[in-house]
Design a protein around this ligand. Sequence first.
Ligand code: CO8
Length: 260
Amino acid sequence: MNFETLLYQQDGFIGTLTINRPQALNALNKQVLAELKSFAMQARQTKDLRVLIITGAGDKAFVAGADIKSMQGMSPSEAQAFSLMAQDTFNAIEALPFAVIAAVNGFALGGGCELALSCDVIFASEKAKFGLPEVTLGLLPSFGGTQRLPRAIGLYKAREIVFSGDFYTAAACKELGFVNHVVAHEELLNEVEKLACTIASRSPVAIGRAKQSLNAGFEIHIDEGFKQEAALFGELFNTEDHKEGIAAFIEKRKATFAGK
Ligand code: CO8
């Protein structure tokens, strides 16, 4: 995978994707969004990829938002298209059939916060700052933030974050409920890798179906959600991973999952 604004490396089952525009605090312009979408499409087909970590280059920012300079002079229809492009990209990340962990190493503002919200688990360095400051620019969060944030933490807390435009510490966001863990800055990737290794040792097909069921629950009626959960559960009985998991339990050994 070859990109100008992204760096990718894979070690065994774990891939690390770095948004790499440190001179602009990794701000998202059209090129970054297009490359992120293309990455997501390729990553779906990468058989041995079980956990993806997303982080930002440099010591200061995860992603400081949409590229503000590139928005100057946009027409309303261009702005709408930019917003739809970002939503489509983040939807593709959210729909990846394996776990995606955000390693938030600094500012996660606007589109950066919205990118983290499209990941499955959020780790933050104690130096990280989150916020949706769009209203300070005369805009609203439109890379999915007005939809994902209230689903994650509830409408009342989300309204305050969106209306104030304030920055929030990692600890405050953990308290609000959308940051899973706050860790020492230098330890961020080590801590993320510990969870990534655990997830990578579990059945990839089970995690893929579990993710599908969890995410669908926010979109459909609960009765439909129950039906889908049961259907996905049934599908797993056709997999080698399920046979291996049960056999390993009975034989009192650790399961080795092939992801099939
Ligand atoms: N876009 C473009 N460049 C940026 C951005 C950004 N979002 N953030 C930082 N940069 C650039 C700066 O311009 C600066 O570049 P230069 O040296 O060439 O002037 C460089 O990165 C370093 O930044 P600072 O000097 O500002 O660093 P500080 O440590 O002083 O401040 C901050 C760090 C607090 C993060 C500050 O840079 C900042 O406030 N950035 C903007 C944060 C923000 O408002 N983000 C939200 C953007 S809007 C959005 O994400 C969604 C928009 C909705 C969709 C619209 C569809 C059309």
